[in-house]
Design a protein around this ligand. Sequence first.
Ligand code: NAD
Length: 248
Amino acid sequence: MKVGITGAEGRIGGYLRAGLADAHEISPFTLTPQQFESTAVDISDANAMNGVFAGLDAVIHLAGDPSPAGSWESMLNNNIIGTFNVLEESRRAGVKKVVFASTNHTQHGETMGASPEILDVSNPVMLRLGDYFNPSSIYGASKATGEIYGRLFARHHNVQFVAMRIGAIGNEDSPIRSAGTPSEDYVRAMFLSRGDLLTAFQKALEVDRDFTLAYVISNNGRRIFDMRETNEALGFYPQDDAETFFGS
Ligand SMILES: NC(=O)c1ccc[n+]([C@@H]2O[C@H](COP(=O)([O-])OP(=O)(O)OC[C@H]3O[C@@H](n4cnc5c(N)ncnc54)[C@H](O)[C@@H]3O)[C@@H](O)[C@H]2O)c1
């Protein structure tokens, strides 16, 4: 399959470029020119996006501002307008599917404490994909907006859409750096290993449905997301568990 990856120079982009290269022909899209071959384009620039996805079968859309504390201006340009432009160019180019990097932050209205990465564990919950959006930041709201545009393009413009509500994946393939920090509870619930990330995106490229929602987290003992619908819809059964890295 010919697969475009936006945000290909980023953290997740780097893992997926490497992990998907054996099975797919990857076309990286980046904000600026890189040491590897890529198409440099700002996704918030509608004119610049015209024609860039010609010939692709699928697009993995990772480009955006990943910061839960990011500004409105950045969310509007990079996440909301940028995602719309990715969908619109996919429609124009006849791309069959967009796999979208959404976030756990679309649903943290009742679960986050004082800051975007402090989980309130005083009120245990098990959230479902069908629970309504409940963002705790404009970042979460910007990704929820992307999911809504995805549903529109899936239902009315013949572009399949897979919304991946990604947990927490950092520069190391381990959650242990969070031990003893304010974000430990959050990371223990949201940890996503590189192996599980890759499996989830492989499954997303295979699934043949108009619109799919999925939680992309590891099989964490302390998860707050119910994985059953994701298991079924995506065939994604994560293997790793943040708890195995912690002593207790
Ligand atoms: N890392 C996580 O734990 C996590 C969790 C949930 C969701 N996500 C989402 O996954 C995606 C990738 O995250 P990441 O951790 O690799 O972040 P990252 O910041 O490393 O990568 C994002 C990339 O997008 C590019 N980009 C930003 N604005 C752009 C624009 N206007 N035009 C073109 N490119 C642009 C940046 O140059 C950057 O390389 C993001 O959309 C993020 O919101 C990440």
